[in-house]
Design a protein around this ligand. Structure first.
Ligand code: NAP
Ligand code: MG
Length: 400
């Protein structure tokens, strides 16, 4: 059988620990036999990041700008323990943070849904994609303990030295105060990424803030979304038969719970932090959550939402059997291959991505799964077979 052709290479970002093991197995058993895989390979494994003074991470992000589509394996974000474990020159920054800063993107997280792994919210029939704004607000706050009576003010000094002041509070006793900010440019690129992704996916876009209370700050988010929508997306949304829906954040939360799912839900930074954990745990498992970084320039980086599954890796190193779920990592590859196929006009490559996803889901639906899913499946126990890491990938390969 002739292999499926590719034109432009994918940027391949290899990673760490158990997901690095999955990475090699997925390539060997599910991709290389069928696809004439073209990638530009960057080893983001911690050892190599250290050897290159983290230049490899920057290079991989630059390559993504040039080539347009990347697929990334989970990577270790070093902490003090890791510095010792890997004898690092420095506590390198989070690769995802570095890549996001270079691509200026928004991260969209979508659960992979499959019969037998049911969301806790029983009316959620379709996956909910969560888009979290990743700049500013409380994550870049400046805060202060107020020791006792006194006045707290907001002061803005412009380039000419003119001050604008606003009283925050006349304190009669001790308390706390914090300043937060955001940038029009960042909000606008968040808005563009959301509209673009909704169009790509042909899904409704929801957005909510607290602009009834925060009449300047949150209202700015709403205004920028409205402006970008009217100017550049309204006609395209209408042509695609999708809608943009703005409501208050509390109304959005209430409606999401009663909805059938299927929408992209754009959230401010804090709302997205909190709500993405709610949505992902309600859909079942972190191992079934995919993630894609979309830049306003139309560049895509696909990955699994989970980490390197360190605990399983240490078992693996001791020669013990593991049952690590590869689904999110497989879907990172299929997402990237499908997007590459779309951009290069390669129908066969897109169809292959569809087939590999179907083979993966049908394997689980047939009762063959990893341990994490066996613990939560609604399939009757007698129909469930738990496979180890490699045997599960073999089962998908056989079905494929
Ligand atoms: P993790 O890798 O997400 O794993 C946490 C736990 O979740 C695992 O111990 C396992 O539970 C379960 N789990 C996650 N993915 C699974 C899978 N595919 N199959 C089965 N079970 C799965 O988080 P972590 O152990 O806290 O972090 C490990 C490393 O990952 C850290 O160094 C962190 O910096 C990094 N990290 C990277 C990314 C990224 O690259 N995007 C994201 C998050 C974390 P059981 O042990 O109960 O089986
Ligand atoms: Mg969080």
């Amino acid at each position: 059988m002739a292999k499926i052709e590719m034109k432009t290479p994918l940027v391949e970002m290899d990673g760490d620990e158990m997901t690095r093991i999955l990475w090699a197995l997925i390539k060997e058993k599910l991709l290389l036999p069928y696809v004439d895989l073209k990638t530009e390979y960057y080893d983001l494994g911690l050892k190599h990041r250290d050897e290159t003074d983290d230049q490899v991470t920057v290079d991989s992000a630059e390559a993504t700008k040039r080539l347009g589509v990347a697929v990334k394996c989970a990577t270790i974000t070093p902490n003090a323990d890791r510095v010792k474990e890997y004898d690092l020159k420095e506590m390198w920054k989070s690769p995802n943070g570095t890549i996001r800063a270079i691509l200026d993107g928004t991260v969209f997280r979508t659960p992979v849904t499959v019969a037998g792994i049911e969301p806790c919210v029983k009316n959620w029939e379709k996956p909910i994609t969560l888009a979290r704004h990743a700049y500013g607000d409380v994550y870049k706050n400046v805060e202060m303990a107020v020791p006792g009576p006194g006045k707290a003010e907001l002061v803005y000094t412009d380039a000419q030295g003119n001050e604008t002041r606003k009283l925050i509070q006349e304190f009669r006793g001790a308390g706390v105060v914090q300043g937060v900010h955001n940038l029009d440019a960042s909000i606008e690129s968040f808005a563009r990424a959301c509209f673009q992704f909704a169009l790509d996916e042909k899904k409704e876009l929801w957005f909510g803030t607290k602009d009834t209370i925060s009449k300047t700050y949150d209202a700015r988010f709403r205004e920028i979304f409205d402006r970008v929508y009217e100017a550049d997306y309204k006609a395209k949304f209408e042509a695609a038969g999708i809608t943009y829906f703005y409501t208050l954040i509390d109304d959005a939360v209430a409606r999401i719970m009663k909805s059938r799912g299927g929408m992209i839900w754009a959230c401010k930074n804090y709302d997205g932090d909190v709500m993405s954990d709610m949505v992902s745990s309600a859909f079942g498992s972190l191992a079934m959550m995919t993630s894609v970084l979309v830049s306003p320039a139309g560049v895509y980086e696909y990955e699994a939402a989970h980490g390197t599954v360190q605990r399983h890796y240490y078992k693996h190193l001791k020669g013990e059997e593991t049952s690590t779920n590869p689904v999110a990592t497989i879907f990172a590859w299929t997402g990237a291959l499908r997007k590459r196929g779309e951009l290069d006009g390669l129908a066969e490559l897109q169809a292959f991505a569809d087939r590999l996803e179907r083979a993966t889901l049908e394997t689980i639906e047939s009762g063959v799964m990893t341990k994490d899913l066996a613990l939560i499946t609604t399939l009757p126990v007698e129909r469930v077979t738990v496979k180890n890491t490699e045997a599960f990938i073999d089962a998908i390969a056989e079905r494929l």
